[in-house]
Design a protein around this ligand. Structure first.
Ligand code: MEV
Length: 445
Protein backbone atom coordinates (compact mmCIF):
# COMPACT_ATOMS: atom_id res chain seq x y z
CA UNK A 1 0.00 0.00 0.00
CA UNK A 2 1.49 3.34 -1.05
CA UNK A 3 1.25 6.42 1.13
CA UNK A 4 3.39 8.29 3.61
CA UNK A 5 1.55 7.23 6.78
CA UNK A 6 1.36 3.56 5.83
CA UNK A 7 4.48 1.70 6.86
CA UNK A 8 5.31 -1.83 5.91
CA UNK A 9 4.05 -4.30 8.49
CA UNK A 10 5.72 -7.53 9.45
CA UNK A 11 4.40 -10.51 11.35
CA UNK A 12 0.89 -9.50 10.20
CA UNK A 13 -0.29 -13.08 9.79
CA UNK A 14 0.53 -13.81 13.45
CA UNK A 15 -1.62 -10.99 14.82
CA UNK A 16 -5.03 -11.85 16.20
CA UNK A 17 -8.11 -10.84 14.25
CA UNK A 18 -8.75 -7.97 16.66
CA UNK A 19 -5.15 -6.74 16.35
CA UNK A 20 -5.49 -6.75 12.57
CA UNK A 21 -8.73 -4.78 12.75
CA UNK A 22 -7.25 -2.28 15.23
CA UNK A 23 -4.32 -1.78 12.90
CA UNK A 24 -6.71 -1.30 9.98
CA UNK A 25 -8.73 1.22 11.96
CA UNK A 26 -5.66 3.19 13.09
CA UNK A 27 -3.92 3.07 9.73
CA UNK A 28 -6.76 3.62 7.32
CA UNK A 29 -9.47 5.52 9.15
CA UNK A 30 -7.46 7.69 11.54
CA UNK A 31 -8.81 5.84 14.56
CA UNK A 32 -12.49 5.93 13.65
CA UNK A 33 -14.26 2.69 14.47
CA UNK A 34 -16.70 2.57 11.52
CA UNK A 35 -14.69 0.32 9.27
CA UNK A 36 -13.73 -2.01 12.10
CA UNK A 37 -17.32 -2.17 13.32
CA UNK A 38 -18.60 -3.01 9.85
CA UNK A 39 -16.13 -5.85 9.42
CA UNK A 40 -16.89 -7.16 12.91
CA UNK A 41 -20.61 -7.03 12.31
CA UNK A 42 -20.21 -9.81 9.72
CA UNK A 43 -18.55 -12.23 12.14
CA UNK A 44 -20.59 -15.33 12.80
CA UNK A 45 -22.08 -15.78 16.24
CA UNK A 46 -21.08 -19.41 16.29
CA UNK A 47 -17.36 -19.19 16.93
CA UNK A 48 -16.69 -22.80 16.04
CA UNK A 49 -18.05 -22.29 12.51
CA UNK A 50 -16.25 -18.96 12.25
CA UNK A 51 -12.99 -20.74 13.06
CA UNK A 52 -13.61 -23.27 10.28
CA UNK A 53 -14.27 -20.47 7.78
CA UNK A 54 -11.22 -18.51 8.93
CA UNK A 55 -9.14 -21.65 8.45
CA UNK A 56 -9.85 -21.70 4.69
CA UNK A 57 -7.69 -18.66 4.07
CA UNK A 58 -5.14 -16.38 5.70
CA UNK A 59 -5.31 -13.01 7.43
CA UNK A 60 -9.09 -13.27 7.62
CA UNK A 61 -10.84 -10.42 9.41
CA UNK A 62 -14.46 -10.87 8.30
CA UNK A 63 -16.84 -12.80 6.04
CA UNK A 64 -18.03 -11.61 2.66
CA UNK A 65 -21.66 -12.52 2.22
CA UNK A 66 -23.20 -13.58 -1.08
CA UNK A 67 -26.83 -14.54 -1.67
CA UNK A 68 -27.63 -18.26 -1.55
CA UNK A 69 -30.65 -19.03 -3.77
CA UNK A 70 -32.56 -22.09 -4.92
CA UNK A 71 -33.54 -23.02 -8.46
CA UNK A 72 -36.24 -25.70 -8.26
CA UNK A 73 -37.74 -27.95 -10.98
CA UNK A 74 -34.57 -29.22 -12.60
CA UNK A 75 -35.54 -32.52 -14.24
CA UNK A 76 -32.24 -34.23 -15.03
CA UNK A 77 -32.15 -37.79 -16.37
CA UNK A 78 -35.56 -38.42 -14.84
CA UNK A 79 -34.66 -37.08 -11.35
CA UNK A 80 -35.99 -33.77 -10.05
CA UNK A 81 -33.52 -31.49 -8.32
CA UNK A 82 -33.70 -28.21 -6.46
CA UNK A 83 -30.35 -26.59 -7.16
CA UNK A 84 -28.60 -24.26 -4.70
CA UNK A 85 -26.87 -21.32 -6.36
CA UNK A 86 -24.54 -18.73 -4.86
CA UNK A 87 -24.37 -15.64 -7.01
CA UNK A 88 -24.56 -11.88 -6.62
CA UNK A 89 -25.92 -11.09 -10.09
CA UNK A 90 -29.65 -10.42 -10.18
CA UNK A 91 -31.81 -12.48 -12.57
CA UNK A 92 -29.44 -15.46 -12.75
CA UNK A 93 -31.36 -17.69 -10.33
CA UNK A 94 -34.69 -16.48 -11.69
CA UNK A 95 -33.55 -17.25 -15.24
CA UNK A 96 -32.23 -20.72 -14.31
CA UNK A 97 -35.49 -21.52 -12.50
CA UNK A 98 -37.60 -20.33 -15.44
CA UNK A 99 -35.58 -22.41 -17.92
CA UNK A 100 -35.71 -25.45 -15.62
CA UNK A 101 -39.50 -25.21 -15.41
CA UNK A 102 -39.80 -24.69 -19.17
CA UNK A 103 -37.78 -27.86 -19.92
CA UNK A 104 -39.46 -29.83 -17.12
CA UNK A 105 -42.55 -29.86 -19.28
CA UNK A 106 -40.55 -30.94 -22.32
CA UNK A 107 -38.71 -33.99 -21.01
CA UNK A 108 -36.03 -32.25 -18.96
CA UNK A 109 -32.26 -32.44 -19.34
CA UNK A 110 -30.48 -35.54 -20.61
CA UNK A 111 -26.83 -35.89 -19.71
CA UNK A 112 -23.87 -38.05 -20.55
CA UNK A 113 -20.52 -38.38 -18.79
CA UNK A 114 -17.90 -38.54 -21.53
CA UNK A 115 -14.97 -39.11 -19.21
CA UNK A 116 -13.67 -38.46 -15.71
CA UNK A 117 -9.92 -38.40 -16.30
CA UNK A 118 -7.78 -35.66 -14.79
CA UNK A 119 -4.30 -34.62 -15.77
CA UNK A 120 -0.98 -33.86 -14.08
CA UNK A 121 2.33 -32.75 -15.54
CA UNK A 122 5.94 -33.25 -14.58
CA UNK A 123 8.18 -30.90 -16.57
CA UNK A 124 11.90 -31.63 -16.66
CA UNK A 125 15.07 -31.01 -18.60
CA UNK A 126 17.56 -33.66 -19.58
CA UNK A 127 20.38 -33.32 -22.05
CA UNK A 128 20.53 -36.97 -23.21
CA UNK A 129 19.10 -38.71 -26.25
CA UNK A 130 15.28 -38.46 -26.47
CA UNK A 131 15.18 -41.85 -28.21
CA UNK A 132 16.89 -43.48 -25.24
CA UNK A 133 14.39 -41.91 -22.86
CA UNK A 134 11.50 -43.11 -24.98
CA UNK A 135 12.93 -46.63 -25.13
CA UNK A 136 13.28 -46.72 -21.30
CA UNK A 137 9.89 -45.16 -20.62
CA UNK A 138 8.07 -48.40 -19.65
CA UNK A 139 10.81 -48.98 -17.13
CA UNK A 140 10.58 -45.39 -15.85
CA UNK A 141 6.80 -45.67 -15.56
CA UNK A 142 7.05 -48.87 -13.50
CA UNK A 143 9.66 -47.23 -11.25
CA UNK A 144 7.54 -44.11 -10.68
CA UNK A 145 4.38 -46.09 -10.00
CA UNK A 146 6.19 -48.46 -7.64
CA UNK A 147 7.63 -45.63 -5.55
CA UNK A 148 4.23 -43.91 -5.27
CA UNK A 149 2.24 -46.90 -4.00
CA UNK A 150 1.86 -45.54 -0.46
CA UNK A 151 0.15 -42.49 -1.97
CA UNK A 152 -1.98 -44.33 -4.52
CA UNK A 153 -3.16 -47.44 -2.66
CA UNK A 154 -6.09 -45.71 -0.93
CA UNK A 155 -7.31 -44.12 -4.14
CA UNK A 156 -6.95 -47.51 -5.85
CA UNK A 157 -9.16 -49.09 -3.18
CA UNK A 158 -11.81 -46.49 -4.07
CA UNK A 159 -11.53 -47.47 -7.74
CA UNK A 160 -9.19 -44.69 -8.83
CA UNK A 161 -5.48 -43.97 -9.11
CA UNK A 162 -3.04 -43.37 -11.92
CA UNK A 163 -4.53 -44.53 -15.21
CA UNK A 164 -1.66 -43.84 -17.63
CA UNK A 165 1.60 -41.98 -18.20
CA UNK A 166 3.08 -40.61 -21.41
CA UNK A 167 6.39 -39.04 -22.26
CA UNK A 168 6.25 -35.88 -24.35
CA UNK A 169 9.31 -34.56 -26.13
CA UNK A 170 9.51 -30.77 -26.48
CA UNK A 171 13.20 -30.67 -27.37
CA UNK A 172 12.40 -29.14 -30.77
CA UNK A 173 11.00 -26.08 -28.97
CA UNK A 174 13.29 -25.88 -25.95
CA UNK A 175 16.60 -27.76 -25.63
CA UNK A 176 16.28 -30.79 -23.37
CA UNK A 177 12.65 -30.14 -22.43
CA UNK A 178 10.41 -33.14 -21.68
CA UNK A 179 7.16 -33.70 -19.91
CA UNK A 180 5.63 -36.71 -18.27
CA UNK A 181 1.89 -36.32 -18.58
CA UNK A 182 0.00 -38.37 -16.04
CA UNK A 183 -3.66 -39.29 -16.16
CA UNK A 184 -5.65 -39.85 -13.01
CA UNK A 185 -9.02 -41.14 -11.87
CA UNK A 186 -9.89 -39.46 -8.58
CA UNK A 187 -13.44 -40.85 -8.07
CA UNK A 188 -15.64 -38.50 -6.04
CA UNK A 189 -12.87 -36.11 -5.06
CA UNK A 190 -11.64 -33.22 -7.16
CA UNK A 191 -8.26 -34.76 -6.45
CA UNK A 192 -5.96 -31.73 -6.59
CA UNK A 193 -4.05 -32.69 -3.44
CA UNK A 194 -3.79 -36.32 -4.47
CA UNK A 195 -2.55 -35.44 -7.94
CA UNK A 196 -0.02 -32.87 -6.74
CA UNK A 197 1.31 -35.22 -4.05
CA UNK A 198 1.80 -38.01 -6.58
CA UNK A 199 3.51 -35.65 -9.03
CA UNK A 200 5.92 -34.33 -6.40
CA UNK A 201 6.68 -37.89 -5.39
CA UNK A 202 7.33 -38.65 -9.10
CA UNK A 203 9.80 -35.73 -9.21
CA UNK A 204 11.96 -37.27 -6.48
CA UNK A 205 11.65 -40.75 -7.95
CA UNK A 206 12.62 -39.54 -11.41
CA UNK A 207 15.79 -37.96 -10.05
CA UNK A 208 16.62 -41.24 -8.32
CA UNK A 209 15.93 -43.22 -11.48
CA UNK A 210 18.50 -41.18 -13.38
CA UNK A 211 21.03 -41.67 -10.57
CA UNK A 212 20.45 -45.41 -10.13
CA UNK A 213 19.51 -46.86 -13.49
CA UNK A 214 22.19 -48.90 -15.30
CA UNK A 215 20.61 -47.79 -18.59
CA UNK A 216 21.46 -44.14 -18.12
CA UNK A 217 24.94 -43.17 -19.43
CA UNK A 218 27.24 -41.87 -16.65
CA UNK A 219 27.49 -38.40 -18.24
CA UNK A 220 23.70 -38.00 -18.28
CA UNK A 221 22.73 -38.75 -14.70
CA UNK A 222 21.61 -35.18 -14.02
CA UNK A 223 17.95 -34.44 -14.55
CA UNK A 224 16.61 -30.96 -13.92
CA UNK A 225 13.07 -31.08 -12.50
CA UNK A 226 11.36 -27.82 -13.47
CA UNK A 227 7.95 -28.29 -11.84
CA UNK A 228 5.23 -30.77 -11.07
CA UNK A 229 1.60 -29.68 -10.95
CA UNK A 230 -1.86 -30.77 -12.07
CA UNK A 231 -3.26 -29.28 -15.22
CA UNK A 232 -6.57 -27.50 -14.92
CA UNK A 233 -7.26 -28.36 -18.52
CA UNK A 234 -9.33 -31.54 -18.30
CA UNK A 235 -10.81 -32.24 -21.74
CA UNK A 236 -11.23 -35.91 -20.75
CA UNK A 237 -13.25 -35.00 -17.65
CA UNK A 238 -16.19 -34.06 -19.76
CA UNK A 239 -19.97 -33.93 -19.48
CA UNK A 240 -22.70 -33.29 -22.00
CA UNK A 241 -26.16 -31.92 -21.15
CA UNK A 242 -28.91 -31.68 -23.73
CA UNK A 243 -32.49 -30.54 -24.13
CA UNK A 244 -34.64 -31.22 -27.17
CA UNK A 245 -38.23 -31.22 -28.34
CA UNK A 246 -40.20 -30.83 -31.56
CA UNK A 247 -40.12 -27.20 -32.71
CA UNK A 248 -43.92 -27.25 -32.66
CA UNK A 249 -43.82 -27.87 -28.89
CA UNK A 250 -41.59 -24.92 -28.09
CA UNK A 251 -44.69 -22.79 -27.43
CA UNK A 252 -45.11 -19.11 -28.17
CA UNK A 253 -42.90 -16.36 -26.93
CA UNK A 254 -42.83 -12.75 -25.85
CA UNK A 255 -43.89 -10.20 -28.44
CA UNK A 256 -45.97 -12.89 -30.18
CA UNK A 257 -42.96 -14.70 -31.59
CA UNK A 258 -43.86 -18.13 -32.97
CA UNK A 259 -42.03 -21.35 -32.18
CA UNK A 260 -40.47 -21.66 -35.67
CA UNK A 261 -39.20 -18.08 -35.57
CA UNK A 262 -37.82 -18.53 -32.06
CA UNK A 263 -36.09 -21.79 -32.96
CA UNK A 264 -34.39 -20.31 -36.01
CA UNK A 265 -33.37 -17.09 -34.28
CA UNK A 266 -32.09 -19.10 -31.31
CA UNK A 267 -30.06 -21.43 -33.56
CA UNK A 268 -28.58 -18.42 -35.31
CA UNK A 269 -27.72 -16.71 -32.02
CA UNK A 270 -25.82 -19.82 -30.90
CA UNK A 271 -24.09 -20.05 -34.26
CA UNK A 272 -22.97 -16.42 -33.97
CA UNK A 273 -21.16 -17.49 -30.81
CA UNK A 274 -19.35 -20.12 -32.92
CA UNK A 275 -18.35 -17.54 -35.50
CA UNK A 276 -17.38 -14.52 -33.39
CA UNK A 277 -15.15 -14.73 -30.27
CA UNK A 278 -16.56 -11.43 -28.95
CA UNK A 279 -20.03 -12.92 -28.80
CA UNK A 280 -18.68 -16.34 -27.73
CA UNK A 281 -17.09 -14.77 -24.65
CA UNK A 282 -20.38 -13.23 -23.50
CA UNK A 283 -22.34 -16.34 -24.46
CA UNK A 284 -20.00 -18.56 -22.42
CA UNK A 285 -20.03 -16.04 -19.57
CA UNK A 286 -23.78 -16.60 -19.44
CA UNK A 287 -23.18 -20.36 -19.18
CA UNK A 288 -20.72 -19.80 -16.33
CA UNK A 289 -23.26 -17.59 -14.53
CA UNK A 290 -25.08 -20.82 -13.77
CA UNK A 291 -22.09 -23.13 -13.50
CA UNK A 292 -20.07 -20.94 -11.11
CA UNK A 293 -23.10 -20.42 -8.88
CA UNK A 294 -23.46 -24.18 -8.28
CA UNK A 295 -19.70 -24.67 -8.12
CA UNK A 296 -19.58 -22.06 -5.34
CA UNK A 297 -22.61 -23.43 -3.51
CA UNK A 298 -21.04 -26.90 -3.41
CA UNK A 299 -17.60 -25.71 -2.29
CA UNK A 300 -15.86 -26.47 -5.58
CA UNK A 301 -13.18 -24.44 -7.35
CA UNK A 302 -14.75 -22.02 -9.82
CA UNK A 303 -11.39 -20.72 -11.09
CA UNK A 304 -10.41 -24.25 -12.09
CA UNK A 305 -13.65 -24.95 -13.96
CA UNK A 306 -13.62 -21.53 -15.63
CA UNK A 307 -10.03 -22.05 -16.80
CA UNK A 308 -10.80 -25.51 -18.17
CA UNK A 309 -14.01 -24.34 -19.85
CA UNK A 310 -12.38 -21.43 -21.64
CA UNK A 311 -9.46 -23.54 -22.87
CA UNK A 312 -11.92 -26.16 -24.09
CA UNK A 313 -13.87 -23.41 -25.87
CA UNK A 314 -10.67 -22.51 -27.75
CA UNK A 315 -9.57 -26.06 -28.58
CA UNK A 316 -10.32 -25.70 -32.31
CA UNK A 317 -7.93 -22.76 -32.62
CA UNK A 318 -10.45 -19.99 -32.05
CA UNK A 319 -12.60 -19.25 -29.03
CA UNK A 320 -16.13 -20.55 -29.54
CA UNK A 321 -19.44 -21.26 -27.88
CA UNK A 322 -19.50 -24.16 -25.45
CA UNK A 323 -23.09 -24.86 -26.44
CA UNK A 324 -24.56 -25.98 -29.76
CA UNK A 325 -27.97 -25.78 -31.39
CA UNK A 326 -29.41 -27.76 -34.28
CA UNK A 327 -32.82 -27.99 -35.89
CA UNK A 328 -33.20 -31.26 -37.81
CA UNK A 329 -36.42 -32.82 -39.07
CA UNK A 330 -38.47 -30.45 -36.97
CA UNK A 331 -36.60 -31.25 -33.75
CA UNK A 332 -34.92 -28.45 -31.78
CA UNK A 333 -31.77 -29.69 -30.03
CA UNK A 334 -29.64 -27.59 -27.73
CA UNK A 335 -26.64 -28.99 -25.88
CA UNK A 336 -23.57 -28.11 -23.90
CA UNK A 337 -20.33 -30.02 -23.63
CA UNK A 338 -17.99 -28.86 -20.90
CA UNK A 339 -15.06 -30.13 -18.85
CA UNK A 340 -15.93 -30.12 -15.14
CA UNK A 341 -13.29 -31.36 -12.73
CA UNK A 342 -15.24 -31.24 -9.50
CA UNK A 343 -15.66 -33.25 -6.32
CA UNK A 344 -18.26 -34.14 -3.75
CA UNK A 345 -15.91 -35.40 -1.05
CA UNK A 346 -12.84 -33.83 0.50
CA UNK A 347 -11.68 -30.23 0.56
CA UNK A 348 -14.22 -27.48 1.07
CA UNK A 349 -17.08 -29.75 -0.04
CA UNK A 350 -16.91 -31.50 3.34
CA UNK A 351 -15.61 -28.64 5.49
CA UNK A 352 -17.80 -25.70 4.56
CA UNK A 353 -21.11 -26.14 6.40
CA UNK A 354 -23.13 -24.62 3.56
CA UNK A 355 -21.31 -26.65 0.90
CA UNK A 356 -22.31 -29.76 2.84
CA UNK A 357 -25.88 -28.46 3.02
CA UNK A 358 -25.92 -27.82 -0.73
CA UNK A 359 -24.82 -31.38 -1.41
CA UNK A 360 -27.52 -32.61 0.95
CA UNK A 361 -30.16 -30.59 -0.96
CA UNK A 362 -28.90 -32.26 -4.13
CA UNK A 363 -29.27 -35.71 -2.51
CA UNK A 364 -25.54 -36.19 -1.76
CA UNK A 365 -24.56 -36.78 -5.38
CA UNK A 366 -21.46 -38.54 -6.62
CA UNK A 367 -18.98 -36.36 -8.53
CA UNK A 368 -20.43 -37.69 -11.80
CA UNK A 369 -23.98 -36.81 -10.74
CA UNK A 370 -22.85 -33.34 -9.73
CA UNK A 371 -21.18 -32.93 -13.15
CA UNK A 372 -24.53 -33.78 -14.76
CA UNK A 373 -26.38 -31.29 -12.53
CA UNK A 374 -23.90 -28.45 -13.06
CA UNK A 375 -23.84 -28.91 -16.83
CA UNK A 376 -27.65 -28.86 -16.90
CA UNK A 377 -27.71 -25.60 -14.93
CA UNK A 378 -25.16 -24.11 -17.34
CA UNK A 379 -27.33 -25.13 -20.28
CA UNK A 380 -30.50 -23.79 -18.62
CA UNK A 381 -28.77 -20.48 -17.93
CA UNK A 382 -27.60 -20.25 -21.51
CA UNK A 383 -31.08 -21.13 -22.81
CA UNK A 384 -32.69 -18.44 -20.66
CA UNK A 385 -30.17 -15.78 -21.70
CA UNK A 386 -30.34 -16.50 -25.44
CA UNK A 387 -34.14 -16.83 -25.35
CA UNK A 388 -34.36 -13.38 -23.71
CA UNK A 389 -31.83 -11.89 -26.10
CA UNK A 390 -33.70 -12.99 -29.23
CA UNK A 391 -37.12 -12.03 -27.87
CA UNK A 392 -37.40 -9.20 -25.34
CA UNK A 393 -33.75 -8.41 -24.64
CA UNK A 394 -32.33 -8.97 -21.18
CA UNK A 395 -32.80 -5.53 -19.71
CA UNK A 396 -36.45 -6.11 -18.92
CA UNK A 397 -35.70 -8.90 -16.44
CA UNK A 398 -32.50 -7.32 -15.17
CA UNK A 399 -34.13 -4.00 -14.57
CA UNK A 400 -36.93 -5.50 -12.47
CA UNK A 401 -34.29 -6.97 -10.14
CA UNK A 402 -32.24 -3.80 -10.32
CA UNK A 403 -35.29 -1.83 -9.19
CA UNK A 404 -35.78 -4.18 -6.23
CA UNK A 405 -32.14 -3.62 -5.22
CA UNK A 406 -32.52 0.16 -5.45
CA UNK A 407 -35.76 0.06 -3.46
CA UNK A 408 -34.26 -2.02 -0.70
CA UNK A 409 -31.17 0.23 -0.64
CA UNK A 410 -33.41 3.30 -0.29
CA UNK A 411 -35.45 1.62 2.42
CA UNK A 412 -38.75 1.96 0.55
CA UNK A 413 -41.79 0.51 2.33
CA UNK A 414 -43.87 -2.21 0.70
CA UNK A 415 -46.53 0.31 -0.25
CA UNK A 416 -43.97 2.70 -1.75
CA UNK A 417 -42.27 -0.16 -3.58
CA UNK A 418 -45.54 -1.22 -5.19
CA UNK A 419 -46.27 2.34 -6.36
CA UNK A 420 -42.75 2.82 -7.69
CA UNK A 421 -42.74 -0.57 -9.47
CA UNK A 422 -45.94 0.27 -11.29
CA UNK A 423 -44.69 3.77 -12.14
CA UNK A 424 -41.44 2.41 -13.63
CA UNK A 425 -43.12 -0.53 -15.42
CA UNK A 426 -42.37 0.83 -18.90
CA UNK A 427 -39.75 3.43 -18.02
CA UNK A 428 -35.98 3.48 -17.85
CA UNK A 429 -34.82 2.68 -14.33
CA UNK A 430 -31.99 4.68 -12.80
CA UNK A 431 -30.92 5.10 -9.20
CA UNK A 432 -31.47 8.87 -9.23
CA UNK A 433 -34.84 8.55 -10.99
CA UNK A 434 -36.12 6.07 -8.38
CA UNK A 435 -34.66 8.10 -5.49
CA UNK A 436 -36.31 11.31 -6.72
CA UNK A 437 -39.62 9.58 -7.29
CA UNK A 438 -39.48 8.07 -3.78
CA UNK A 439 -38.67 11.45 -2.25
CA UNK A 440 -41.59 12.88 -4.12
CA UNK A 441 -43.85 10.11 -2.84
CA UNK A 442 -42.70 10.62 0.74
CA UNK A 443 -43.37 14.34 0.36
CA UNK A 444 -46.92 13.65 -0.74
CA UNK A 445 -47.74 10.97 1.87
C1 MEV B 1 -25.15 -11.58 -18.30
O1 MEV B 1 -24.54 -11.83 -17.06
C2 MEV B 1 -25.05 -12.79 -19.20
C3 MEV B 1 -25.54 -12.57 -20.61
O2 MEV B 1 -24.88 -11.46 -21.20
C4 MEV B 1 -25.23 -13.83 -21.38
C5 MEV B 1 -25.47 -13.74 -22.87
O3 MEV B 1 -25.38 -12.64 -23.43
O4 MEV B 1 -25.70 -14.81 -23.46
C6 MEV B 1 -27.02 -12.28 -20.64
Amino acid sequence: MMGTNKKQVSGFSKWSKVQKLDWLRDTFTGGEAGLKNTLESFWLEDNSIQKVIDGFSENTVSNFILPYGLAPNFLIDGETYCVPMVIEESSVVAAASAAAKYWYDRGGFKTEIKGTIKVGQLHFRWSGDPALLQSRFDDIEAWLRHHATTLTENMEKRGGGITSLELLDFTDREPGLFQIRVHFETCDSMGANFINSVLENFSDSLENYFIDSPHIPEDYRDVDIIMAILSNYTPQCLVKAEVSCPVSELGTFANGMLAEQLAEKFRLAVNIAHIDPYRATTHNKGIFNGIDAVILATGNDFRATEAAGHTYAARMGSYRSLSHCEITDGIFRFWLEIPLAIGTVGGLTSLHPLARTSLEILGNPSAEQLMRIIASVGLAQNFAAVRSLVTTGIQQGHMKMHLQNILSHLGATEQESAKISSHFENKTISYSGVRDYLQNLKGTV
